[in-house]
Design a protein around this ligand. Structure first.
Ligand code: SF4
Ligand code: SF4
Length: 457
């Protein structure tokens, strides 16, 4: 019989521990294998506090490095977790490699995963072998007719399921995952999103079933209606409705009442989250070459070659930029760019103007241009583009639709909508700096020189 992990220092499983023990979420899992009706995995907004949101995605090696650096700044961290921004088991290779690296360096740390359960059953032994101590499964219903209303689609390998067959598959996998985790000595919490009009009369049945299968704790989370989702118009349940659901479910299983609905890159104590403060560190680690398939380049959609000013859907070619030696061995200056730092000057050499750069540092250089896949092939066009940009960490564009953004994100490429001198923005991205300043510049004018999107002059 496996030993039960120590739960007294896990801030989510033991409320008292939330005062003194922290957690860090390592965002190594960008893809998801289902689409929940309430989920919108928007990136890079430090003001958003909800699952699915992160300031960056890390490779396993970057995540191990990031964890080391977080522990230097926040020694109260006791739990390392993977909670997205997609689903850990839809990114099983990255998840298992992250676990392995962290287990080597921090054998005493608690390790926690949060998953929809669909992709978990084949990896149960590997999760246990790599030291997972706690897991959260999101199970919103134990009746497929109810959960069919909560999933837009479910993808199992190459097959996409919808409606009741999708819900039946989800439930079967979730219950197999729950039983398998418990059998391997992993402590399980079940999250249930309370959705008025859909599963609010059903949570007690969920509680009864998961308790019978060995779950330790249940976390009933009120729906947070999110823009651009099928359930955006459903009202958030009232505190009274949540309290009643917890009371009924509490007859079967202990209830969690202190959940903070954390981001996929949450870090710190539950009541003193430091993800905003540590976002630059996360971005810095995400930019670092980890020696294992790192993405050293940035792609740019530009009409004339000097400004980021083209919609991604219109771009027939993308510039590919990287870091290289400055002309004459000099590093960049910090003058903020200008027309003189345009394409011709940057070709193969680069003239500087890297925000935050110093003499002797490499500068952004234009490496090549790549033709984009032809329009008219639906999502395949964006998968093909992602394939062509395997060595790029970001695409800089004036605008981009939600579908290409989501597909590129699934492939680990961040789409950044911005405006300004290409070399300036590329320099900021490659230096791991916040590019919000370039978003703010859109349409703006500075010192009589146009710094806008390039459309008007
Ligand atoms: Fe979003 Fe999580 Fe649902 Fe995936 S499983 S769609 S990341 S809420
Ligand atoms: Fe804990 Fe809730 Fe935050 Fe998950 S979302 S880490 S359960 S407080």
């Amino acid at each position: 019989m496996p030993c039960t992990p120590d739960t007294t220092s896990h801030p989510c499983f033991t409320e008292k521990a939330a005062q003194s023990c922290g957690r860090v979420h390592l965002p190594v899992a960008p893809k998801c294998n289902v689409l929940c009706g309430y989920c919108n995995r928007k990136y890079d907004c430090v003001n958003e506090s909800r699952p699915g949101v992160t300031s960056g995605v890390l490779t396993p090696a970057q995540a191990a490095d990031y964890l080391d650096r977080v522990l230097e700044r926040e020694p109260a961290i006791r739990v390392a977790g993977i909670a997205g921004p997609g689903d850990p088991m839809a990114n099983a290779a990255a998840t298992l490699e992250t676990l392995r690296l962290i287990r080597q360096r921090h054998p005493d740390m608690l390790f926690c995963l949060s998953s929809n359960g669909l992709g978990m059953p084949p990896h149960l032994d590997a999760l246990a072998a790599n030291g997972v101590t706690h897991a959260t499964l999101t199970i919103n219903a134990v009746d497929p007719d109810i959960s069919a209303r909560l999933y837009t689609w479910v993808r199992d390998g190459k097959v996409v399921w919808r409606g009741r067959p999708a819900a039946e598959l989800m439930l079967e996998r979730q219950l197999t995952a729950l039983t398998g985790l418990v059998r391997r000595g992993i402590v399980v919490k079940v999250n249930t999103i309370l959705v008025p009009g859909i599963n609010d009369g059903h949570v007690e049945q969920v509680a009864e079933r998961v308790a019978a299968l060995g779950a330790t704790l249940m976390n009933i989370i009120p729906l947070h209606p999110t823009h651009d989702t099928p359930l955006a118009q459903v009202a958030e349940p009232s505190p009274e409705a949540v309290g009643e659901a917890r009371r009924l479910a509490g007859a079967h299983i202990r209830q969690m009442t202190h959940c903070r609905r954390c981001r996929a890159d949450a870090v710190g104590l539950l009541h003193h989250d430091r993800s905003r403060e540590l976002a630059p560190l996360l971005r810095e680690c995400a930019q670092k070459d980890d020696g294992a398939g790192a993405r050293p380049f940035v792609a740019v959609a530009t009409r004339e070659g000097m400004l980021v000013n083209q919609h991604l859907g219109e771009a027939t070619r993308l510039q590919i930029w990287g870091l290289g030696p400055a002309r004459g061995g000099k590093g960049g200056t910090t003058t903020g760019g200008g027309a003189a730092s345009g394409l011709d000057d940057a070709k193969g050499t680069g003239s500087g103007d890297v925000p935050g750069s110093t003499a002797g540092m490499p500068v952004p250089v234009l490496l090549e241009e790549r033709a984009t896949p032809r329009p008219g092939c639906g999502p395949e066009r964006w998968h093909a583009l992602a394939d062509m940009l395997k060595d790029c960490r970001a695409v800089l564009t004036a605008a981009c639709g939600e579908s290409p953004r989501a597909i590129l994100r699934e492939h680990g490429i961040t789409v950044t909508e911005c405006a300004g001198i290409v070399e300036d923005v590329v320099g900021a991205v490659l230096a791991g700096l916040d590019v919000n300043a370039f978003r703010a510049r859109k349409g703006g004018v500075s010192k009589g020189c146009c710094r806008g999107g390039g459309d008007g002059c």
